[in-house]
Design a protein around this ligand. Sequence first.
Ligand code: AMP
Ligand code: TRP
Length: 331
Amino acid sequence: MKKRMLSGIKPTGQLTLGNYIGALRNFVNYQDDYEMIVFIANLHCITEYQDPEDLKKNLTDAVALYLACGLDPNKATIFLQTDVPAHAQLGYIMACNTYLGELNRMTQFKDKSAKGEKNLTAGLYTYPCLMAADILLYDANYVPVGEDQKQHVELTRDIAQRFNNKYGETFVVPEPLIAKVGARIMSLTDPSKKMSKSDETNKGCIYLLDDPKVARKKIMSAVTDSLNDIKLDKENQPGLYNLIEIASALSGRSMEDIVEEFKGQGYGKLKGYVADVVCDTLEKIQGRYKEIIESRQIEKVLEEGAQKASAIANKTLDKAVKKIGLEIKYQ
Ligand code: AMP
Ligand code: TRP
């Protein structure tokens, strides 16, 4: 039997090249060898205020982009988190099996609080509990994610083991799966920060729906260094390293091979190559994205996905609820 793999993306704003390289691209590569379940984590989106109209548009775009990037609904189960209410139900049970000390250690939340952001919500604080439910509902063996999500998957393991010890064998304990290349793509304007949807200037982040001309400009003006020497030195030349990593992830060539080709030439030449590879990827994705939006197949994909997902999730929820000593009788 194929091992099961599950992952989600939270489409607050548009999907980025970081999402593609760190997550989506891998889902596509795994869908033949694993039983793949991918969902749009829309409950996670609302941990911070979203304009309702933007949220709707971003959800549709995210599904269309999943498909445009090569996820095949005949192979993978694709659905919206809100279409399977078991996520929120088990999420609450997970919150009752998570310690405050564990949530206090989550770096993503700590970073946000350290920035002094006001009015952070309880939903944002407990979001790792919902994420644990997302994963455990499906008996997932592996969770392919970018580096930033590793800590949340490790917490999920701890919660699963704790629950199993307390109530008896219930959940499969999952493992995070982090790709060797591209697990953390950095901002083009500040290579000490992750490339992120919340980039204020928009210049550091390439979106999958960016006009390729705009994307090329962003790459050509990416921050590098004044050493003028093409080599792999992540510590002293993080901007350059990031560009080579992007090109490597998208072209399938090794980073060393790319360095070998451009060694001794100016950064402009290398950037031109990175821009070519990125634009080629964007053009292919955007071409398919247009076809998918026009074909109106999204509704059907989501309906079938939700049915398949619910069948698995409801069984696990039922099992967990009964182990605790409760019962959902009349749902
Ligand atoms: P998010 O957009 O935060 O929901 O992230 C969805 C997936 O994309 C997760 O697996 C992240 O780890 C991954 N991801 C997001 N940004 C990056 C990035 N800059 N580099 C690599 N992976 C990323
Ligand atoms: N928290 C993830 C992120 O922000 C998205 C996510 C939600 C997820 N639930 C998940 C990823 C379950 C993997 C598995 O990127």
